[in-house]
Design a protein around this ligand. Structure first.
Ligand code: CP
Ligand code: NVA
Length: 304
């Protein structure tokens, strides 16, 4: 089984991953760090772009589950010298049990999966970031006790993280409002699919409209990896979509503020909000570890 899109998982599978992740989190807080569930299993990770959270949380997850991990940058592989994905996928399939790939293009991960005979995990592409969504859903469930009916407001660029979050919302029954300037909307294929699944999605140009009555306010960087050549334009276009103290006041009293990180203080979020009692950003980052452990157990534990 692969995790390339959040839509690869059903509601029951997501709920089971969250429950397992919460159990693993509790156990770890009680001091248990060494398990042997994935003894003899190896995860390879291929990074075409930088990463802090994804890389470290997957590495620690594999170690703590008793497995092995190898992390590789694209350019230190023959991929960087033109070896094709087709052959690379077959070779990796002979050595390891799963591959996590962070790539510029979503098609790269899809192609790798087509030619591999092992599990392939999307560690972020230009289109989706499903591992982030698993941790996000876990975090929302911890704070709001349930997912169905929770109102999530997305502010800023309707990017890869937003696409997967919309998918996650559609699967689990949350409502979404997205505030963004024209041209920065989430992918229309994702929005259409989510709406077909019954998800209420409001897309508006007004930040206040999206934030009104929100249970969760979420943002991400204005300049994603790969968008650097539009950096100045993006910062100008997105400046009215910052999560700041005024915007947080519009939401529900018990709103939680989320961000997948890395954070660009003073751009998409103010330092005051990031460090306020409403922010769950660091716990959200921590939950990457627990959610990915649960995912790895699902993908690898019963594999022959
Ligand atoms: N949120 C996230 O994926 O962070 P990294 O880019 O540091 O992995
Ligand atoms: N949207 C950001 C997320 C980083 C985790 C990017 O793609 O760079």
């Amino acid at each position: 089984m692969n995790l390339i899109s959040i839509f690869d998982l059903s509601q029951a599978e997501i709920e089971a991953i969250i429950e397992k992740a919460k159990e693993l989190k509790k156990e770890r807080k009680e001091g248990v760090r060494a398990r042997n569930d994935l003894e003899g299993k190896t995860l390879a990770m291929i990074f075409e772009k930088p990463s802090t959270r994804t890389r470290v949380s997957f590495e620690v997850a594999m170690h703590e589950l008793g497995g092995n991990v190898t992390s590789l940058n694209w350019n230190e592989l023959q991929l960087g010298r033109g070896e094709r994905i087709e052959e690379t996928a077959k070779v990796f399939s002979a050595y390891v049990d799963a591959v996590m790939i962070r790539a510029f293009r979503h098609e790269t991960v899809e192609k790798f999966a087509r030619h591999a005979s092992i599990s392939v995990i999307n560690g972020l592409t230009d289109f989706e970031h499903p591992c982030q969504t698993l941790a996000d859903l876990m975090t929302i469930k911890e704070y709001k006790s349930q997912l169905a009916g929770v109102k999530v407001a997305w502010l800023g660029d309707g990017n890869n993280v937003c696409n997967s979050l919309i998918g996650g919302a559609a699967i689990t029954g949350m409502d979404v409002s997205v505030a963004c300037p024209a041209g920065y909307e989430p992918d229309e294929r994702i929005v259409e699919k989510a709406r077909e699944m019954g998800c209420e999605i409001l897309i508006t140009g007004t930040a206040e409209k999206a934030a009104a009555d929100a249970d969760v306010i979420y943002t991400d960087v204005w300049v994603s990896m790969g968008d650097e050549n539009e950096s100045e334009k993006r910062k100008t276009d997105l400046k009215d979509y910052q999560i700041n103290e005024d915007l947080v006041r519009i939401a529900k009293e018990d709103v939680i503020v989320m961000h997948c990180m890395p954070v660009h203080i003073g751009e998409e979020i103010t330092e005051g909000v990031m460090n306020s009692s409403k922010s769950v950003i660091f716990e959200q980052a921590e939950n990457r570890l627990h959610a990915q452990k649960a995912l790895l157990l699902k993908l690898l534990k019963h594999q022959q």
